[in-house]
Every structure is written in C-alpha cells, then in structure tokens.
Design a protein around this ligand. Structure first.
Ligand code: BTN
Length: 325
C-alpha cells in the first residue's frame, strides 16, 4: 500500500513536469490526508530526492537521487511502451537471466530489467562484463517484434543508434559505433550490447537486448587490463552523468526508432547507423570463430551483416566477429 501511494505520488509529480503541486491537489489525487502526504515527502527526502515546499504553492521535486530504481526512471518518462514495466533489483546475477525468465512468463513488450549491480554480468562470446555498483547502466529490454529470425541482428544496430543519440542528447559527447555492437568515445569502449533470442525455427517469441553502459566510473576504477580499451561517459566528459535521465532518453530514442523500423523496415536505420560507424571504408581485421580475415569494411548489407573486401577482391559476409581497426 505504501509503495502504491509512493508510485502515485511520483506519477503526479511526473505529470506536473517540475511545476508545483498543491497539498490539496495531492491529497485529492491520492485520497489521503495532508499529514500523510507530508510523511511521504519526508520519506522521499530521506531517499535522496531534493524537494521544495513553498507556502500556498505546494511541493515540487527539484532533483532525483542518483539511483536507477523504477521510481527514478518512471518519473518524467514519456514513452508509450518502453520502460512502462520496470523490474528493478539492487543486485542480480545478470539482468539478461532475469529478462529471459520474465519473457518466458509472458512479460509485455517494452518491459525492462535493471539492477544497480550485476555479479555475473556477461558479454558477447561468454566474456565477463564488469558491472560495479551505482556507476553504470545494466539493463535488459524485452521486445516482441514479428520479424523473421535472420533480421534480428538489425535490432542490435538499431539499439546502438538509440544509445548514441541518447548519449549525444544528455552529454553533448559524440560517440562512434564499431560494428556490430560497441560504442566508443575517443577510441575506447563505453557501451556493449548483447542481443539474445527466444525463438523457434520460424518465429521470434522475444528478443532480449542487454545494454551495459559505463557511466560514472573514474579512470582509476577500471581494471589494469581494461584501462587502455575501456572508458566511461564521465571520464570522457569530465562530468557526472544523470543515469536515470540517460535511461529515459535511451528508452525514448529506442521506441521511436523501433516503431519506425516496424513501419518502414531497416533502410532508414541503416542510414543512421552508417552515419555513426567508424569502421566503414577502413582496413580492418575481423577475428571470427572460423579464423581471421583482413580487408576493407565496405559497409553493412540490408540485414545488418558486415561486408568485408579481402585483398583478393572477394567480398566476405561477417556475421559475428571481433573487429580491430
Ligand atoms: C559486450 O560488449 O560483450 C556486450 C555486453 C553486454 C552487457 C550487458 S549489461 C546488462 C546485460 N546483462 C548482462 O549480463 N549482460 C548485458
């Protein structure tokens, strides 16, 4: 009950978009006394919300705490379906694991799973993904597109575009995309995307898109062996970044692009992706499970597969690889 009132209170503030809400209005909306409201406001203050109370005008939220629990994300989120259901846990093994379970149990499209810390965060090719407490965005999104299996790699590229656009909007930094799923700032990785499927031979049941974003780590927080290849948004911009705001922007950009994709296909997304890609028209080395290939990255095809022209002029399709530029 308490949490229900709390959610309603935060929703009312969310709808007020930073304006004051009078005590009377809140009490009408929530159906509780003004003393009860005052107690809830005190609880919010203790949780790190910066509140303002002005006589005759009421209350407003000046700043949210730097947390990524459901409340901070929901407050001021303007999406139709992305992030409308939030499953938050302080510490998890991996948000991917939980998202798979929820998707199996019928979770709605747009459901997100988010945690402050992952202790078994995983990356592509069964690598470990370091997910320390309170510094990053460790999130899995569940979507249910009605598309053929072979088109699902396109969703990784779409997600990369959404995240780049969101980072640009919130921080003013200009990240690059390295095919297929790395987002770099000044040549170092800040974001990794892991796309997994629940599907039968001819039908996608759900797509679980895991995003790991290094947001507020300091340079010295990275393991010695990662320091030369990984970074965080704050380390590059020199400023702490509001994680819940960034999540909201990611959800908004993702929803817009995803709707455009379902309406008009991959072409418009492909163009955007190419505008952010750094590997195109460059000599690259692609380490695949089958071996290493060297050549020029020509671009991606209409499915999102990388096309590489070898020294002999042959064009190879790369479905999955580690790329060195
Ligand atoms: C990669 O670059 O290898 C992909 C990294 C993906 C990490 C994210 S963090 C949230 C989600 N949960 C996981 O265990 N992994 C993904």
């Amino acid at each position: 009950m308490q949490t229900e009132i709390r959610s309603k209170l935060l929703e009312a503030f969310s709808n007020a978009e930073g304006e004051f809400l009078s005590g009377q209005k809140i009490s009408d909306l929530l159906g509780c006394s003004r003393t009860a409201i005052w107690k809830h406001m005190e609880e919010l203050r203790k949780e790190g919300y910066e509140l303002e109370a002005v006589r005759r005008r009421g209350y407003r939220i000046k700043r949210k705490p730097d947390k990524v629990s459901g409340n901070e994300i929901s407050l001021g989120l303007h999406t139709q379906f992305m992030g409308r259901n939030i499953h938050f846990e302080e510490e998890v093994t991996s948000t991917q694991k939980i998202a798979h379970k929820l998707a199996n149990a019928g979770a709605k499209e747009g459901t997100i799973v988010i945690a402050e810390q992952q202790i078994e965060g995983r990356g592509r090719l069964a690598r470990v993904w370091y997910s320390p407490k309170y510094t990053g965005i460790w999130m899995s999104m569940i979507i249910r597109p009605k598309i053929p299996l072979n088109q699902t790699p396109q969703l990784t590229l779409l997600t990369a575009v959404a995240i780049v656009q969101a980072i640009e909007k919130v921080t003013g930094l200009f990240p690059d995309i390295k095919w297929p799923n790395d987002i770099l700032i000044n040549g170092k990785k800040v974001v990794g995307i892991l796309t997994e499927l629940q599907a039968e031979a001819d039908q996608v049941h759900s797509v679980i898109i895991g995003t790991g974003i290094n947001v507020n780590q300091r340079r010295e927080d990275f393991h010695e062996d990662l320091k030369s290849i990984a970074t965080s948004i704050a380390a590059e911009s020199g400023e702490k970044c509001d994680r819940s705001l960034l999540i909201q922007e990611i959800l908004i950009h993702f929803e817009n692009l995803y709707e455009q994709y379902l309406r008009s296909g991959f072409k418009p997304i492909k163009l955007l992706w190419e505008s952010y890609a750094i590997s195109l028209n460059k000599e690259i080395v692609a380490k695949t499970l089958q071996g290493t290939l060297k050549g020029k990255a020509l671009g991606i095809d209409d499915e999102g597969i990388l096309l590489l022209q070898t020294g002999e002029g042959k064009i190879e399709k790369i479905y999955s690889a580690d790329i060195k530029i």
